[in-house]
Design a protein around this ligand. Structure first.
Ligand SMILES: Cc1cc2nc3c(=O)[nH]c(=O)nc-3n(C[C@H](O)[C@H](O)[C@H](O)COP(=O)(O)OP(=O)(O)OC[C@H]3O[C@@H](n4cnc5c(N)ncnc54)[C@H](O)[C@@H]3O)c2cc1C
Length: 506
């Protein structure tokens, strides 16, 4: 698809069946290509997985369905809507926050209630929230329109009058920490507005305040739940892909990508084939360090120097009895969370007083746990690269469950009937991510927008990237959009511009 138009005789292999790979496959097949998705695991979806055990069903990775318009836009491109595949429920409360000092609060879809809640913590905070959200909304609208839906993953894409006009609204390059402090003094309100950064894989100290736009997504767009769990989205993408003619091969690891005269030879543990183009949803660090010939791709040192988002320590627990007062989504914050962020980004180590997240989808959906039981997922963000030998994991598991019992009053111990876990080594082994990062490249200032790896692999004519390591970035909505941009890059083909392959730090 080198002249920007679909060619029915083009073959494209998508390496990796995560959300971005599944999205790219749909766009490419719709444009007329013959598309094969090759996924190393038995299950499609990548980190968006489903674990079923003894009547319980757990979302193994993402569980917050946000920015529903991005999913409508995706399915709309194919003349479908999300409702053709799954039912969505808006959650109320969206989430519950437990502070370890005993305090707790609910964020609901009712913005007036949220304003009153803010005012109850700090005089003037309701008005400050109005201003904060107005700024977040403006930044979101400009950001989505000009940077997210429009692919600006190459530096030359910034040389555009629209971008220059957007500059005043995109002045937010200082840290989230100081930006939020400029609006709110109360540490709990500051935490509330900063926690969404964990979704982006960053800390408040090194994530640009541009991302305060997440408050608009959170407080004004809301949090949703697809019936059956997040894996319903994966099933929808695969159904749509099948309708469009995509072929899926699972349990097949790609072992090498070799540029050849007429495309790229794809070697896997099941054989070898040549594709006109390859879209790697497998992360570019893995592709360039382990799949491409040594003289192709970026210098391996580039990948050592990047800032990676957190990994995660996760427990999937089938629990007998009720788990009140946990909500569908619950966040647990220590009084001072700086030491936990330091343990992720500054001095990697297991946190002593962790901040963590709990998902209990059975609060909304009876189908995910047997009667009288709940499906509970515990997620503690931790540093990538940590040594997670079984003893370390066991003692951390005990510490988190003890913390939950002592500080929040929910004692799960003694009534856990199903238990599974995931940690740094799980993410590294199952998804080939550097250091077992769960989220990919963090959204630091120098890893934002065109400073993230572009969709066209540098120096390899027919190789493209889609996924959380590229642009727009981390999260399900971004993975969906990344697939669209990668498919468009395949259609564009090699760009003769001298800047097309510009990769900082190459
Ligand atoms: C624990 C967790 C919680 C999250 N929570 C949320 C949330 O609540 N909401 C939200 O919006 N986002 C959330 N995210 C982020 C979001 O899930 C990701 O950004 C998104 O799913 C990434 O999709 P992807 O397609 O880029 O990558 P992946 O899902 O990593 O897919 C890459 C695929 O490539 C495959 N692959 C790798 N190497 C090879 C190879 N050699 N051969 C064949 N296949 C290969 C992998 O097996 C994998 O299937 C969360 C992520 C995690 C991990």
């Amino acid at each position: 698809m080198r002249d920007g138009t679909p060619h029915h005789d083009e073959t494209v292999t998508v390496v990796g069946g995560g959300i971005a790979g599944l999205s790219a496959a749909c766009y490419l097949a719709d444009a007329g290509a013959t598309v094969t998705v090759v996924e190393q695991n038995d299950q499609l979806g990548g980190v968006t997985g489903r674990l079923e055990a003894e009547g319980f069903s757990f979302d193994t990775g993402p569980s917050w369905y946000m920015m529903p318009e991005t999913f409508e836009r995706f399915f709309g491109h194919f003349g479908r809507s999300p409702g053709d595949y799954y039912d969505l429920e808006r959650l109320d409360p969206q989430y519950r926050v437990f502070f370890k000092d005993g305090d707790r609060l609910d964020i609901t879809p009712d913005l007036d209630r949220t304003r009153r809640l803010f005012e109850s913590y700090e005089e003037g905070a309701a008005a400050a929230l109005d201003e904060y959200l107005a700024s977040a909304r403006r930044t979101f609208e400009i950001g989505m329109d000009r940077f997210v839906y429009t692919d600006r993953s190459r530096l030359r894409d910034l040389v555009d009058p629209e971008i220059i006009q957007a500059a005043p609204a995109l002045k937010h390059l200082g840290s989230m920490q100081s930006f939020v402090e400029g609006y709110f003094e109360h540490p709990k309100l500051q935490q509330l507005l900063q926690y969404t950064l964990v979704f982006l894989g960053g800390s408040p100290h090194d994530t640009p305040s541009l991302y305060h736009l997440m408050a608009h997504v959170d407080f004004e767009h809301g949090v949703y739940y697809p019936e059956g769990g997040m894996y319903s989205l994966v099933e929808a993408l695969v159904s749509l892909g099948r309708e469009l003619g995509v072929d899926y091969r699972t349990g097949e690891a790609v072992t090498a990508l070799e540029p050849v005269a007429d495309g790229i030879r794809v070697d896997s543990d099941a054989g070898s084939h040549v594709a006109d183009s390859v879209v790697a949803n497998a992360n570019p660090a893995h592709v360039e360090r382990e799949l491409l010939p040594a003289d192709r791709g970026r210098d391996p040192a580039y990948w050592d120097e990047q800032t990676y988002g957190p990994s995660a320590f996760m427990l999937y627990l089938g629990v007998e009895g009720d788990v009140d007062p946990l909500a569908h989504h619950s966040l647990v914050f220590p009084d001072d969370w700086d030491p936990h962020f330091d343990r992720i980004f500054e001095e990697p180590g297991w946190p002593e007083d962790p901040a963590y997240y709990l998902s209990v989808t059975s609060k909304t959906d009876d189908s995910v746990a047997p009667d009288g039981h709940h499906a509970v997922v515990v997620l503690v963000p931790i540093a990538p690269g940590l040594d997670d030998d079984p003893d370390r994991q066991a003692s951390f598991r005990d510490a988190v469950l003890a913390d939950l019992a002592a500080r929040i009053g929910v004692d799960l111990r003694g009534r856990i009937v199903v238990e599974r876990s995931a940690s740094v080594s799980t993410f590294a082994d199952r998804f080939n991510t550097p250091g077992g990062t769960a989220l990919g490249l963090a959204h630091t200032l120098d890893q934002t927008g065109p400073l993230r790896p572009a969709h066209h692999a540098p120096g390899v004519e027919d190789l493209y990237y889609a996924g959380a390591f590229t642009s727009p970035g981390v999260g399900l909505p971004m993975a969906i959009i990344s697939g669209e941009h990668a498919a468009a890059a395949v259609a564009r083909g090699v760009d003769p511009s001298p800047f097309a392959d510009f990769a900082p730090n190459l």
